[in-house]
Design a protein around this ligand. Structure first.
Ligand code: COA
Length: 170
């Protein structure tokens, strides 16, 4: 499902993922995570009831009017009744630490709230300092821990922290 969000600010715009974006998101996912999700993994997630994704692109067309936008971020979510889950979020290394991850997370929360969710859950690797700082700063609180939840490229297993945020308080 394509989300009805079209938010432009600064050099990036955030919009709903369309069917033609899945290959681009899969390539970016591979640059963000050891445990990459393929195009068909993404298609299955997006086909789940309540599944949706947002994409961040650079803005711009060249002098010939050709679309030169690049995909620099994504957020993938699922809403089931009044609960939502942030399934994955990633910003390309070249676009990090410019506020885009926070904007993407907030856009995901706004969209989930618009679909009726009153809270959001997510999992984050215990050693993912950047993501944990982002979630802490946005008011997520730790509510659990899953041992060995993630597998690194070298095979090492890493625990996940489960976090929750009440969306009404955003
Ligand atoms: C986590 C991630 C999405 C953050 O994206 P970003 O665009 O760099 O984040 P922002 O610039 O919006 O920063 C927002 C906050 O995140 C935290 N943060 C971002 N990068 C950080 C870093 N390298 N070290 C520590 N904190 C960091 C800070 O609290 C920051 O707030 P501040 O700028 O006020 O200090 C990005 O690093 C990423 O895609 N990582 C790889 C994929 C991943 O780990 N996803 C999360 C899975 S749970």
């Amino acid at each position: 499902m394509a989300a009805r969000i079209d938010e432009a600010a600064g050099d990036y715009e955030i919009d709903g993922i369309g069917p033609f974006d899945l290959g681009r998101i899969a390539r970016l996912h591979r640059r963000c995570f050891d445990d990459a999700w393929s195009r068909s993994d993404l298609a299955q997630l997006m086909a789940l009831p309540g599944g949706f994704g947002l994409i961040a692109r650079t803005q711009g067309f060249n002098r010939l009017g050709i679309d030169t936008r690049r995909v620099v971020g994504f957020g993938l979510c699922r809403v089931v009744r009044d609960e939502s889950e942030l399934l994955s979020i990633g910003i390309g290394p070249e676009a990090r630490q410019q506020g885009l991850g926070r904007r993407m997370l907030r856009a995901c929360m706004t969209h989930c709230g618009g679909l009726g969710a009153v809270r959001m859950f997510l999992e984050v690797a215990i050693d993912n300092d950047a993501a944990r700082a982002l979630y802490d700063g946005e008011g997520f609180v730790a509510v659990g821990r899953r041992e060995g939840y993630y597998r690194r490229g070298d095979g090492e297993r890493v625990a996940a922290v489960t976090m929750r945020k009440d969306l009404q308080s955003s």
